[in-house]
Design a protein around this ligand. Structure first.
Ligand code: ADP
Ligand code: ZN
Length: 735
């Protein structure tokens, strides 16, 4: 018997091995194995079983070990991996490595812990004697005897402040017994359950929700691949629809993957989701999957799913690779979120992979958003996806309208560049008087975006990255937001020594300072990655805010998502222009999404909300359409633009990034490469570039880019590995 193995060894090949007699039983497609490659043993995944090779059997090496007693990569995931390697132009080994948690690859074992239980009950006399002779042992004995079930040894000892020797003595005398128990390290979410995101009890569905649920049930019953797009305004109760869909899928005996953006995975959401899901499927566990799990937790969650003990996983994008069995439903909440895109190899998009995995399993993929991506919306319009709509907020609460403040006029009135417009300040005052709350958003942390010398024009940049350093006033430092460099902020211009330093651009710290100036008596907190670096600070601030102990919360988009505070009646966006001028063809779309999401934070309670957006470009479409959350209007206009320029979704756009330490060589290479692609595929692709990336240098590495516009992806993508290592002449273009 032979097998074909994909080794995880930094190259993309299928190698053949012999299977020794004793391993035949447990080896199958998807098994994780150790195989000899060169002089070492490498991990690999079995891709074929019993495949014929032209190689004489005797000369094949043998599989050394099989790691788990069942395939680590179920067949659907293996297929998915192959598709990803082709679509995202990367090695199969790198995809498989991403799919298998490190703990699984390392062959982590089930963890056991020691419990203590009573082996022999002491008579009152014996206990009295022990009390006198060895009071510590008596103390331990009494404690263990009082428990209903065996107690965790380490915990008991530290609680009673006793040494392990005390326990050993009692064990030796046959009074206590140590038992081993498998430890559940699965992060099923903690019990911090006062979030309001997911109601503890199911709501009676309103008409629109009921229609959406009926449509979803119908799709699931059909038992074949389809995609539904749930477009529901903020606060329309999408979560309730997801939960019903999950319920249906579980009832049919299927498994479910539920993806949420990483930032939305707060302990509150998780705890609530989990309790609802476990109520839906009694006896079933809901596994939580995100980047902050320990290896052990991840392994146990993985194991629970792989063995079918658990059938639901909730997590960030990589949860789409969880080994859920008999997958019937994938849900992608906030499907438009850029956070679903991974920005290292394999550069996959969690939403697209969720669609593909559903396709491979014949399952339903449910995408949901208040502001769907234009790709998904175009698919829905073309009839490829089924469109489900929730146009009303639950309880018919009104969507807040957005007031636009024109900063050009404001600047003339105030005779300087204002941080807070008059209108915003007045609105905040009114909130303070009525004891209501305000959230201010500014999508940049720090104090100001750059340091400018007004004498010589010098802007202090990071020596390793080509961007301006950000000023952080709290500790008087200049920091690079790309590589993390930090240095003391200079008092004089480093170039001409003049003292005329100005700080340009706004950041969270500067906004916080401005609010303190105009509202000296308000309780203000700032929420960004700098302020939240302390553990639990995020949770702490949120509970203070929820309890009404904070009047104004200033933060980055970190506070923009999924939070539901009934007492927030004012939301201000300090600078809508930051996201609009990014060098990205999706800049308008992102701006619109940001505005609508941010506005959705206001007026969630019984009182109507007010939203104020400050901008220098009030006429921009992204801003105008957001005023009444007119998604269709925006999509119409933006899709027309995209069509005119033949941008996605009308063509595929592939971004090719070249990186290297030597700028001349890099430029030469990128140009050679472009010429080759032009020659080979000239009529199939349209090239833009090569040109330096918007940020030309990051961490001392130079960056060039090339864009391919094409109507069919797999025909153009050359293997990225070839590109990184070989010269263009040696590269094979896959066609
Ligand atoms: P979305 O995700 O669409 O913005 P949510 O799912 O967060 O909206 O729902 C908003 C609020 O409405 C939540 O507090 C939820 O518990 C509540 N809700 C959902 N469905 C109903 C319903 N049918 N009746 C009453 N309240 C509901
Ligand atoms: Zn830097």
């Amino acid at each position: 018997m032979t097998v074909g193995v994909h080794p995880l060894a930094g190259f993309d090949k299928l190698l053949h091995y012999r299977v020794p007699e004793n391993l035949r039983e447990e080896i199958a497609i998807g098994s994780l194995v150790r195989v000899p490659v060169g002089r070492t043993l490498k991990l690999g995944v079995v891709g074929e079983v019993g495949a014929p090779t032209d190689f004489p059997l005797e000369r094949l090496k043998s599989v050394a070990q099989v790691l788990h007693p069942f395939p680590a990569l179920p067949e659907d995931l293996l297929k998915l991996a192959r598709w990803m390697a082709g679509y995202y132009a990367c090695g199969l080994d790198s995809v498989i490595e991403t799919m298998l948690p490190a703990a699984v690859r390392h062959g982590a074992v089930v963890k056991h812990e020691k419990l203590l239980e009573i082996a022999r009950t002491l008579t009152p006399d014996e206990l009295a004697q022990l009390e006198k002779r060895a009071p510590q042992q008596a103390k331990l004995y009494r404690f263990v005897a009082q428990q209903f079930r065996p107690s965790k040894k380490s915990l008991v000892l530290s609680r009673l402040d006793l040494s392990a020797a005390v326990a050993s003595a009692l064990v030796k005398r046959g009074v206590l017994r140590e038992v081993l128990q498998r430890v559940e390290r699965v992060a099923y979410g903690d019990d911090f359950a006062h979030g309001e995101l997911v109601a503890a009890q199911p709501h009676a569905l309103n008409g629109e929700q009921a229609a959406a649920v009926a449509a979803i049930d119908e799709e699931i019953a059909r038992d074949r691949f389809s995609v539904s797009l749930l477009h529901g305004v903020t606060g329309s109760g999408k979560t309730e629809v997801y939960l019903r869909a999950i319920d249906t899928a579980l009832r049919t005996g299927g498994g479910v993957v539920f993806l949420v953006p990483e930032v939305a995975l707060t302990p509150q959401t998780v705890a609530r989701l989990r309790s609802r899901l476990e109520a839906i499927a009694p006896g079933h566990k809901c596994v939580v999957w995100h980047s902050h799990l320990s290896e052990g937790e991840r392994f146990d969650g993985w194991l629970a799913l792989a063995t079918g003990e658990a059938r639901i996983v909730v997590g960030a994008r990589s949860a789409i690779f969880a080994p859920v069995q008999n997958l019937r439903l994938t849900v992608v909440d906030e499907e438009h979120e850029p956070a679903y895109k991974q920005d290292e190899t394999p550069r996959y998009h969690g939403r697209d992979v969720a669609v593909m995995r559903a396709k491979l399993c014949g399952a339903l993929c449910l995408l949901g958003s208040a502001t769907p991506s234009l790709e998904s919306f175009a698919n829905a319009r073309a009839g490829k996806y089924r469109l489900l709509e929730l146009r009303q907020r639950v309880d018919a609460r009104k969507l807040p309208d957005i007031d636009i403040v024109d900063l050009r006029i404001e600047a003339m009135k105030q005779r300087s560049l204002p941080t807070l417009s008059r209108q915003l300040v007045d609105a905040m005052h009114a909130r303070l008087e009525r004891r209501e709350q305000t959230i201010l958003f500014i999508n940049r942390r720090g104090y100001s975006s750059s340091m400018l010398c007004t004498k010589c024009g010098h802007v202090e940049e990071c020596p390793h990255c080509s961007i301006a350093l950000t000023y952080h006033r709290a500790d008087e430092t200049l920091r690079c937001h790309l590589c993390g460099l930090q240095k003391a902020a200079p008092a004089r211009c480093p170039s001409c020594q003049a003292p005329d330093i100005r700080w340009r651009g706004l950041g969270t710290q500067r906004v916080e300072e401005a609010v303190r100036r105009v509202l000296p008596r308000a309780r203000i907190e700032r929420m960004d990655t700098d302020a939240m670096s302390k553990k639990n600070r995020f949770r702490e601030v949120l509970s203070l805010f929820r309890a009404g102990k904070i009047d104004v919360l200033v933060g980055t988009q970190m506070i923009g998502k999924g939070l539901d505070f009934p007492n927030v009646t004012l939301v201000g966006l300090i600078d809508a222009d930051i996201s609009m001028h990014l060098p990205d063809f999706r800049a308008n779309e992102r701006t619109f999404q940001l505005l609508v999401q941010v506005a959705g934070r206001a007026g969630r309670g019984d009182r109507a909300g007010e939203v104020i957006v400050q901008t220098f470009t009030p006429q921009a479409e992204a801003i105008q359409f957001s005023r009444h959350a007119d998604f269709e209007g925006f999509a119409e206009a933006e899709l027309k633009l995209r069509k005119d320029f033949r941008y996605p979704p009308y063509r595929h756009l592939i971004h090719h990034l070249f990186r290297g330490p030597n700028p001349e060589k890099l430029k030469f290479f990128a140009e050679q490469w472009a010429r080759l692609v032009e020659k080979e595929l000239g009529e199939k692709v349209e090239l833009r570039g090569p040109s330096p990336s918007p940020i030309e240098k990051i961490k001392d590495e130079y960056r060039w880019q090339l864009w391919y516009f094409t109507s069919s992806v797999t025909k153009v993508v050359p293997s990225s590995r070839d590109c990184a290592q070989g010269s263009p002449g040696r590269t094979i273009l896959r066609r």
